[in-house]
Each structure stands twice: as structure tokens, then as C-alpha cells.
Write a protein of this length. Structure first.
Length: 372
């Protein structure tokens, strides 16, 4: 869309005086100011347009450039005599200089919810797995019981603020470039409360809240994991003016277990076995969260083999009857410090296997095939 001529925007002739420009802009600004035309995009556009025109024509240097080059004098791409021209500066300063800035903002003096309290909680591996009721110490701001949160000394009354008549807001008439302008501000006498406390409650020094340290019992559900947050509704700081309390947010840290490692709802552990057990097979007693269980290790088990124990993992946090698995990885330990008798037995064993081909090709067989 073609940009309108600045003189046309302000409805003035090209030889208009500085006073004509100012008077015309003042009228347009009053008519189209956003405060007077809430949610009216067209008025806002007109206001911006007038502000932009005023920004140029009220400045003798910019006006002479505009008279010579028109809008191209202010092209960002740099037309003849182009120079920096920032719309936001003009729009912004029109607001802040002439209208007191943010005058349409209203003070809020209704109920306010209390703040949330965040704190860490440490659980053992088993507590996280099966759930636990734990006593937690919470430092919070509670409603003052002496004044019931009003902040006023009991027996005294809060008086309606004389400056704002209880509204919490004051309307001020300001003399501006455009004449008298009305603006609404938060009352500075009652700070927007609408009420004045004549005598403060000595227990809370007029704040309506007191520091409290108390123990509460929190139920951590079975299956909760490291890094999760448990929200306890209503156990945060007290609200103001009848607002609800905030929440208590507990960040869960699960301690490491000496032999178990948790991944989601599964548990991993490593079990050492002797090479004889691995070779001949055996039955082992494996520790689980539910106590020891028997696990059959078949003949010829290799190191690194993994066995699965179903339903021995962590309960699902949404359904504790559904549990993960426990995975048992066997590590074959090579015996050290054998005596002569044992060594002779092994040598004898070795002599019986020298001519036998191994059932599975080992690492050195593969090396021989590749390079040998
Ligand atoms: Zn109090
Ligand atoms: Zn007031």
C-alpha cells in the first residue's frame, strides 16, 4: 500500500507552522490513542501514522529532507539523503512522554495463590521401587493464625483507604502537550489493597504470613524414578487475600544400589561364576528385590551371557502389579593362585582336549582364517 503523504496524514498544508503541526497531531492523537480505542486496529494504525508524520514534520531537519525527497528520504535501503529512522522510537516516546507510559494497566488486588516450594528428596533404591511413606520437613509461609492473614492487630479494624475510597486505584489528571489527560495508577497510600491497616498484627508484623517449619508425611508411589517430581497439592506457601496455597514440589533423587542398576523399570546386575560352574552348569542363588531366587546356569555358559528373571524388576508407577524384569549377566572368573595339584589336573585336562576341534570357532581361529 502506498504511504500517505505526511501533510495529508496530519491534515495540514505544506507551509504549516510548527504550532499548526503540533495542534493537528494533538487532536489526532487524542482521537486515535489506543487507550481511547481499545482493540481497534484501525485506530491504532491511524495513531501510528500520525505519530510517524509528527515525528518527521516536527523536526526541522527531517522536515526539510522530507520536503525535498519525500518518503524515500527515510527508506531503510538508503535513498538519497537516507538516514536512520526508527518507527518504534517515535511510537514508544509518544506513549512514554505524553501519556505516562502503561497508563492502561490496572492494579490487581484480588486473591493471589501462594508460591510453590521446591525441594529435593533422597530415596533408597528399594523405597523408590516399592513406594514409601516418608516424613518431609517443609519450611513455608503459613497464614498468620493470630490475625487470620489480615495483617491487622486482632480487635482493630482495617479502614477503607481514604485516598482511593477502597478501589486500590487513583485517577490522575495530567497536563500534557495535548491538554488534560487522564491516567489510572495504583494507589500509593494503600499499595492497591484498598484498605489501610491502622495497627499491625505483632505476630506477623502486618504481612499476614508467618514462617513455619513442619513435618508432613508424603506417600511416594511404587516405581517412582530418579529425576521425577512429586507434586503435593496445597503444601506450598499460603495464598494472600483468600487465594489458595501453592504446591510442594519434591524432586526425587534415588540412591545407587551396591549391586543393582535400574534402567526404566528393569534391573541389571552382574553375577560372578567360576569357570567350572560355567563349564559344567550349576544352580545359583540370585539376589532380587524380593529375596533370593534360584537360577539354573546351563552347561557351557559363556561369559557375558544374560539371563532374564521375569517380574523381578521395578513396579510400573501407574500399575504396580505390572513389573519389569531383572537381567542377570554372568562373568566368568579365572582362578588365581592354584596349587601344584590343581595345576596338574588342569594340564591333564588340557592334554585330553588338544586334538579336539572346539565346537564353536574361537577368536584365534578367526584370526588364523583371516591372516594365516
Ligand atoms: Zn498476623
Ligand atoms: Zn488506596
Amino acid at each position: 500500500m502506498a504511504k500517505r503523504d505526511y501533510y495529508e496524514v496530519l491534515g495540514i498544508s505544506r507551509d504549516a507552522s510548527d504550532n499548526d503541526i503540533k495542534r493537528s497531531y494533538r487532536q489526532l492523537a487524542k482521537k486515535y490513542h489506543p487507550d481511547a480505542n481499545p482493540d481497534n486496529a484501525e485506530a491504532e494504525e491511524k495513531f501510528k501514522e500520525a505519530s510517524e508524520a509528527y515525528g518527521v514534520l516536527s523536526d526541522p531537519d527531517k522536515r526539510s529532507k522530507y520536503d525535498r525527497f519525500g518518503h524515500s528520504a527515510f527508506d531503510q535501503s538508503g535513498g538519497p539523503g537516507g538516514f536512520e529512522f526508527n518507527m518504534d522510537d517515535i511510537f514508544g516516546s509518544a506513549f512514554s512522554d505524553f501519556f505516562g507510559g502503561g497508563s492502561s494497566r490496572r492494579a490487581y488486588s484480588g486473591p493471589v495463590q501462594g508460591a510453590d516450594i521446591r525441594q529435593p528428596v533422597s530415596l533408597t533404591f528399594e523405597e523408590a521401587a516399592f513406594g514409601v511413606d516418608k516424613e518431609i520437613t517443609v519450611n513455608s509461609f503459613d497464614k498468620c493464625a493470630v490475625c487470620d492473614g489480615s495483617g491487622a492487630k486482632p480487635g482493630t479494624r482495617q479502614e477503607t483507604c481514604s485516598k482511593c475510597s477502597g478501589s486500590g486505584q487513583v485517577t490522575e489528571i495530567q497536563q500534557t502537550l495535548f491538554g488534560a489527560m487522564q491516567s489510572v495508577r495504583t494507589c500509593d497510600l494503600c499499595h492497591g489493597e484498598g484498605k489501610i491497616t491502622k495497627e499491625k498484627c505483632s505476630s506477623c508484623t502486618g504481612t499476614g504470613k508467618v514462617r513455619s517449619r513442619k513435618n508432613i508425611t508424603v506417600t511416594f508411589p511404587a516405581g517412582i524414578d530418579h529425576g521425577q517430581t512429586l507434586r503435593v497439592a496445597g503444601k506450598g506457601d499460603a495464598g494472600s487475600k483468600g487465594g489458595p496455597s501453592g504446591d510442594l514440589l519434591l524432586a526425587v533423587y534415588v540412591e545407587n544400589h551396591p549391586i543393582f542398576e535400574r534402567r526404566d523399570n528393569d534391573i541389571y546386575c552382574e553375577i560372578p561364576i567360576t569357570f567350572v560352574q560355567a563349564t559344567l552348569g550349576t544352580e545359583l542363588s540370585i539376589p532380587t528385590l524380593d529375596g533370593n531366587v534360584k537360577l539354573t546356569i546351563p552347561e557351557g555358559t559363556q561369559t557375558g551371557s544374560v539371563f532374564r528373571l521375569k517380574n523381578k524388576g521395578i513396579p510400573n508407577i501407574r500399575n504396580k502389579k505390572s513389573r519389569g524384569s531383572q537381567y542377570v549377566e554372568v562373568r566368568i572368573e579365572v582362578p588365581k593362585g592354584l596349587n601344584t595339584v590343581q595345576k596338574d589336573l588342569l594340564k591333564e585336562f588340557a592334554s585330553t582336549t588338544e586334538d579336539k576341534q572346539p565346537e564353536h570357532k574361537g577368536f584365534f581361529d578367526k584370526v588364523k582364517e583371516l591372516f594365516g
